[in-house]
Design a protein around this ligand. Structure first.
Ligand code: ADP
Ligand code: MG
Length: 568
């Protein structure tokens, strides 16, 4: 170990040398209070910046004892520190120079709080922060003085002003810990109360825009208020008694006119599988952790999925018990997504008619009369949703504005009216009996038993060129897995690039465990179990700062969409 002044002198001495000379600073440097490790040095100023981590001992950070006691508290505060560091680093000045010279970057957690590797807090109070640094150069000549300034002055200042407890009001740290612990507590109480989701009174659901996940400006917002009939009170450790709308297990419809806030409510429920930061507006909106949003996704590939419960043999004779295609239709893609979600352990299905295939959702009386059953391979979801509930214990929450046929099967009907929910289950029952649809239930046979799918390891090829395994994440929605482009946009609960990074690395791990005998659910158990036990650093290089946690549902969802996948 060397100290900071040695590094400073070394960097200054590199002034004007060729860029590769930076390699000599790799290693651990002891700074006053903490250590800096240069993990990887970039090849030139335009390449991906250098990877660095700082290791801060507990007695340097001095987080309140309260924060350290519970994992959920540490996660809340770690996300807060990462956001603080990332924001401060972004605002910092640049040294000038070429390419990414002088940049200090940290992967900032979004509005959600989940395990991530940018900043991690150990139970003993030590903090590890991982970042990227663009080592400065003019052309390919090292700017040694600027580098010394960047690593030996700017970086320690950033550490000082963002990662030490003293940099923040203690109340703020406690709030981030408490809100996250409360979020956990709210979610974990759902099963014993027979609820699939809870939306607190006062929650702020709409977002600033379709591309911004921050809350809509208060002045325009109607805050959530539960209908009295669905209001429940849940005590949590810090916020005390929280009141709000409990959505019971079973079949729930969210109805109402266009633009009244239906999709916004469903979106909040989708995101309620994660915790949210204080002041997000959704920090007391929680959904069962294995609730899965499902949608139509025409064009996707499907590998050996038994969709026969929803789609009978196709006109061309295709057997839908092991359905594979490189180009699914709206209805077959949605059927596959449901069967895959159930296979991966989903307990609840969330659907919005805006993104569903209409012929998958309904087939009304007139269509039944016009197109005979023998000529329609689709058994609409309407005719399976009760079976799913009764035999599989699967709840469904459906946003519907256009089809009243579902009134016959709903347990709970919530109407959104000017962004506020009303419970209209009784009225919906009256309407259903006053206006019978006359439609016939069309179920050729009970739902198929879930088939066992065993991925063929040879069909999952992560190699690219001379590299045996290569994954790249373009953005939240696209992974390059080996040579194959993997589209994830239909996994709407995958919310960040860091999560996509996590999934992409986990796919590699999953691939190493495929032996041609183990069914997919067990493979998922294996990988998710290892992650649970040993954390995200079993993925990638073990020191990556851009990974976030994800659910087995999204990992399965990614594998299921991988073109070329074969299963037996
Ligand atoms: P629907 O699905 O019923 O057609 P949306 O949920 O898409 O309606 O909402 C329509 C618009 O209203 C969106 O622009 C959304 O941001 C906004 N909005 C939704 N909920 C609220 C609310 N509680 N307060 C203010 N605006 C809202
Ligand atoms: Mg909508």
């Amino acid at each position: 170990m060397s100290d900071r002044s040695v590094l400073e002198e070394r960097l200054k001495a590199l002034e004007g040398k060729g860029y590769p000379a930076y390699k000599s600073i790799k290693g651990v440097w002891q700074f006053p209070g903490f250590s800096l490790e240069i993990l990887y040095v970039q090849g030139d100023p335009y390449a991906t910046p250098s990877r660095v981590r700082v290791l801060l001992p507990a007695d340097f950070v001095r987080l309140p004892e309260f924060v350290l006691k519970e994992r959920s508290r540490r996660l809340g505060v770690a996300s807060f520190l990462a956001r603080a560091f990332a924001a401060e680093a972004r605002g910092g000045s640049r040294a000038g120079g070429s390419g990414k010279s002088g940049h200090i970057l940290m992967e900032s957690p979004g509005q959600q709080v989940m395990p991530q590797t940018a900043v991690q807090i150990a139970s003993h109070g030590g903090v590890e922060a991982r970042l990227q640094v663009g080592l400065p150069a003019r052309g390919r000549r090292i700017m040694g003085k600027a580098a010394a300034q960047l690593l030996c002055t700017t970086l320690p200042e950033l550490v000082e002003t963002t990662l030490r407890a003293a940099a923040h009001p203690e109340d703020t740290l406690l709030l981030h810990a408490q809100v996250n612990e409360d979020g956990h507590a709210l979610r974990s109480t759902l099963p014993e109360r027979g609820l699939v989701a809870f939306v607190a009174d006062g929650a702020l659901l709409p977002r600033r825009s379709g591309v911004e996940d921050t809350p809509m400006e208060e002045s325009h917002v109607v805050l959530f208020r539960s209908p009295d009939s669905l209001r429940v009170t849940i005590p949590v450790p810090h916020a005390g008694e929280v009141t709000g709308m409990g959505i019971p297990l079973g079949i729930t419809l969210i109805v109402g006119g266009g633009y009244h806030g239906k999709s916004t409510l469903l979106r909040a429920l989708e995101c309620g599988v994660y915790n949210h930061r204080p002041d997000d507006g959704r920090e007391q909106v929680v959904t069962l952790p294995d609730a899965m949003k499902v949608r139509a996704e025409d064009g996707r590939s499907v590998a050996g999925v038994d969709i026969s419960s929803f789609i009978a043999p196709l006109p061309d004779g295709t057997d839908t018990r092991t359905f594979s295609t490189a180009n699914a239709s709206g209805s077959t893609s949605q059927a596959a997504a449901i069967v895959e979600a159930l296979e991966a352990g989903a307990s609840t299905l969330l659907m919005d008619e805006d993104t569903c295939a209409t012929n998958f959702l309904i087939r009304d009386r007139r269509m039944q009369a016009l197109v005979p059953r023998e000529r329609e391979p689709i058994t609409p979801f309407l005719d399976r949703v009760e079976e799913l509930r009764d035999d599989g214990g699967i709840s469904s929450i459906l946003v519907l504005g256009g089809s009243g046929d579902y009134l016959d099967v709903a347990d709970t009907v919530i109407a959104m009216n000017r962004y506020l929910p009303e419970e209209i289950t009784a009225r919906a029952r009256e309407v259903a009996s006053a206006h019978p649809t006359g439609r016939l239930r069309e179920v050729p046979a009970p739902m198929a038993e879930p088939g066992i799918r065993i991925p063929d390891p040879d069909s999952v090829d992560p190699s690219r060129g001379r590299r045996a395994a290569s994954v790249k994440v373009r953005d939240t929605e696209t992974i390059l897995f080996g040579q194959v482009e993997l589209e994830l946009h239909a996994l709407e609960q995958l919310l960040s690039r860091a999560q996509a990074r996590g999934v992409s690395e986990a796919l590699l791990l999953l691939r190493t465990q495929m032996d041609g005998h183990t069914p997919l659910p067990q493979l998922l158990d294996g990988v998710m179990g290892q992650l649970e036990e040993r954390g995200l650093d079993i993925l990638g290089r073990g020191t990556d700062g851009d990974l976030a946690g994800f659910r087995r549902l999204e990992l399965a969802g990614a594998l299921n969409r991988l073109r070329g996948l074969r299963v037996h």
